[in-house]
Design a protein around this ligand. Structure first.
Ligand code: PEP
Length: 254
């Protein structure tokens, strides 16, 4: 059975003490939940990863970084390496987020290098893909998604875990989520691509998350789709009450 994953991407938000308060409250909350097949992941700014993994050691939270360098080590001022993330015992790392693609010119080639480095260091990549509004409007969504998959997964073997996140760019931070049907259509395309390249058994194990304006009032319908295995959540993961509600929706559907 595929894991359900509720992953919060804090982006560049929260002070250290706000992060501490959030981790304390969410750890206490998770102690009261029977998460079974659902994993709750928080991806805080990298400055707080050590704090986060200390909390994770004592609770049922999993921790992810928001980005990793494409390089192994050395003269890359401001970057953090896969080995560093691994040395803090993080479980996951988001790569290819549309904000990194748009603002920091992250290409599929970079995403490909990052997948390899994360795999070598025992961290599960959360690989984000998704089309822009313009690409949707001119009807090339499927080509865009398949190109991103081909680029990111070139020469990648899947002996270790990997997670995908379909995040239509037009839905991120806009309050305009994809409908469950729109999301399912692309999730099913991604699953078919995985079957074609890695076989049915492997494709059936891979969790494909939806991301883009998830809120407590639209999450359940999204999660009920057969190929949607959780959410990558920006805005609503910053608010402890909304994030708890999202977790409880997923746990109830377990
Ligand atoms: C995201 O940044 O990955 C995201 C999905 O953001 P939001 O939930 O705010 O749309």
């Amino acid at each position: 059975m595929r894991k359900k994953i509720i992953a919060g991407n804090w982006k560049m938000n929260k002070t250290f003490s706000e992060a501490q308060d959030f981790f304390l409250e969410i750890s206490e909350y998770l102690d009261t939940q029977n998460c079974n097949n659902t994993q709750v992941v928080i991806c805080p700014p990298s400055l707080y990863l050590e704090l986060a993994t200390d909390f994770a050691a004592e609770s049922n939270i999993y921790i992810g970084a928001q980005n990793v360098s494409y390089a192994q080590e050395g003269a890359h001022t401001g970057e953090i390496s896969a080995a560093m993330i691994s040395s803090l015992e993080c479980d996951y790392c988001i790569i290819g987020h549309s904000e990194r693609r748009k603002l920091y010119s992250e290409t599929d080639e970079f995403v490909n290098k990052k997948i390899l480095l994360l795999q070598e260091n025992g961290i599960t990549p959360i690989v984000c893909i998704g089309e822009t509004l313009e690409e949707r409007e001119i009807g090339i969504i499927k080509d865009v998604i398949v190109n991103q998959l081909e680029g990111a997964f070139q020469n990648i073997t899947l002996d270790s875990d990997i997670v995908l996140a379909y995040e239509p760019v037009w839905a991120i931070g806009t309050g305009k989520s994809a409908t469950p049907q729109q999301a399912q259509e692309i999730h099913s395309l991604i699953r078919s691509w995985l079957i074609e390249h890695y076989g049915q058994e492997k494709a059936d194990e891979i969790s494909i998350l939806y991301g883009g304006s998830i809120k407590p009032d639209n999450f359940k319908e999204l999660l009920l789709q057969p190929d949607i295995d959780g959410g990558l959540i920006g805005g609503a993961s910053l608010n402890i009450e909304q994030f708890k509600q999202l977790i409880s929706i997923a746990v109830e559907l377990n």
